[in-house]
Design a protein around this ligand. Structure first.
Ligand code: SAM
Length: 197
């Protein structure tokens, strides 16, 4: 590895946000999954979560199908898979993470009203069905991107990007990209992993 490459890896890892994540619930189109993970990389998400459709089937990314079982790594954004959405919501909440479901309900608020400087997971729903009511009810909040057109919803990867860049905006303002959020040990471990895959 060249020194330039190592410096770039350190630069990127020093901005990674272990307290910002998404949970993709049954998002089944490879190009949507790939686009969401690419946005996660851009806003410096460290680990994304997914409940793949079809019980136990490997996640399919555009042009690249691979087994993304729990603990295995995407190249720059780890994608951790789970089997049950509600259980995963509760698990994340147990770790002190607020789960914000992208879901229209009585308690939905404009996505810009949420505080993304807190440890946050954005729950994204399946293209056909959206977020299940049970998971949306269990979430700490329901958020929506206001829409004024004829069509009722956005493509899931567009919605993810819109919300994640608001999270990035808030975190930039709060200085969360100014100092490493990873411990020195974790940063060194990941630098080695990324540099020598
Ligand atoms: N028929 C589905 C429904 O009723 O929810 C539409 C799902 S939409 C195509 C797929 C996902 O994109 C949603 O579950 C949500 O995660 C996200 N999404 C789409 N439009 C959104 C919006 N205006 N606000 C927040 N999330 C949105």
């Amino acid at each position: 590895m060249t020194p330039e490459r190592y410096a770039k890896i350190l630069r990127v890892l020093s901005k990674r946000q272990p307290t910002l994540t998404v949970l993709m619930d049954q998002v089944n189109k490879p190009h949507n999954l790939s686009a969401i993970v690419r946005t996660c990389d851009a806003v410096a998400v460290l680990t994304a979560h997914a409940v793949p459709p079809g019980n136990g089937k490997p996640l399919e990314f555009e042009g690249n199908t691979f087994e993304a079982t729990s603990g295995s790594a995407h190249k720059w954004v780890r994608v951790q898979t789970h089997t049950d959405t509600l259980e995963t919501v509760r698990e994340l909440q147990g770790q002190g993470v607020q789960v914000l479901a992208t879901h229209l309900s009585q308690r939905s608020v404009d996505y810009r009203e949420a505080d993304y400087t807190r440890p946050t997971c954005v729950l994204l729903g399946a293209e056909k069905w959206g977020v299940a009511d049970a998971a949306a009810d269990a979430a700490d909040g329901n958020i929506i991107i206001p829409m004024f057109g004829m069509v009722q919803s956005l493509n899931v990867s567009v919605a993810a990007a819109t919300i994640l860049f608001e999270a990035q905006r808030q975190r930039l303002a709060a200085g969360l990209y100014d100092t490493p959020q990873l411990s020195p040990e974790e940063l060194a471990r990941l630098a080695f992993e990324w540099g020598y895959p």
